[in-house]
Design a protein around this ligand. Structure first.
Ligand SMILES: NC(=O)c1ccc[n+]([C@@H]2O[C@H](COP(=O)([O-])OP(=O)(O)OC[C@H]3O[C@@H](n4cnc5c(N)ncnc54)[C@H](OP(=O)(O)O)[C@@H]3O)[C@@H](O)[C@H]2O)c1
Length: 207
């Protein structure tokens, strides 16, 4: 059975992105600082066609997440930002199901990534992602709107938060849409990290 999970970077003050995000300002004002730890890892650099990368402890958590993932679900706003910055050989190497109200033909990229646009909601997107993932897990890539819909529907099994040592002050908060929902989680593990704190959680109950 595939697990459904998310794995995101957060600021110390709980933001997933800074304000004014968009295709010309990925992750919003100041938001790229959230991923400094990720950009330094050898796994990330390799997936983006860049040489080098430091043998930092954080690399293990990136490798493990990539290895467990067989398909992705993503919100249209995250896709819009990535569309202009991801290399032609996009870093997912698996099918990506983009939630949107605007239909669009599938967009295949080099290296195994194909973006499929789903206009029929989260349950449909998840069913297609599960099937495409084979025996692997489905990663709900983001952003906050998308993740909270999956959480509120009780569809997330576990998640990882990478807390970066930065304060953004404003932007897109991860859990704002969970107000009014009951979510109980337990911390299952932490992974070694040099540049961010990596904590793993299991969802005990969501409603
Ligand atoms: N820090 C991290 O690790 C991380 C990870 C992921 C994303 N992010 C950031 O998060 C920000 C985006 O997050 P967000 O919460 O603003 O938006 P989002 O979840 O990326 O996208 C929301 C959009 O997805 C579409 N959508 C969502 N649910 C749908 C449904 N059930 N049916 C049809 N369409 C649906 C809608 O697009 P339409 O308007 O086309 O209908 C909606 O406007 C970006 O700045 C991104 O960089 C950060």
């Amino acid at each position: 059975v595939n697990k459904v999970f998310f794995d995101v970077g957060l600021s110390l003050d709980g933001f997933l992105a800074g304000p004014n995000g968009g295709p010309r300002n990925p992750l919003g004002d100041g938001g790229l600082a959230l991923h400094e730890w990720l950009f330094a890892t050898a796994t990330f650099r390799e997936q983006h066609g860049e040489p080098g990368g430091e043998p930092v402890a954080d690399d293990g958590v990136v490798r493990a997440t990539f290895a467990r993932t067989g398909a992705y679900v993503m919100g249209r706003r995250m896709f819009d930002e990535g569309e202009v910055v991801w290399p032609e050989d996009a870093p997912f190497r698996a099918p990506v199901f983009v939630l949107t109200r605007r239909a669009r033909a599938p967009w295949p990229r080099k290296g195994g990534t194909t973006f499929h646009f789903v206009t029929t909601g989260i349950h449909d997107a998840l069913a297609r992602a599960r099937e495409a993932a084979g025996g692997k897990d489905v990663r709900v890539a983001g952003g906050a709107d998308t993740i909270c819909q999956f959480l509120a529907a009780g569809l997330i099994d576990d998640f990882t938060l990478h807390t970066a040592p930065v304060l953004l002050g404003a932007g897109v908060r991860l859990f704002d849409d969970m107000v009014g929902h009951r979510l109980a989680v337990e911390q299952t593990a932490t992974s070694p990290g040099a540049l961010a704190a990596h904590a793993h959680y299991r969802v005990v109950r969501a409603s």
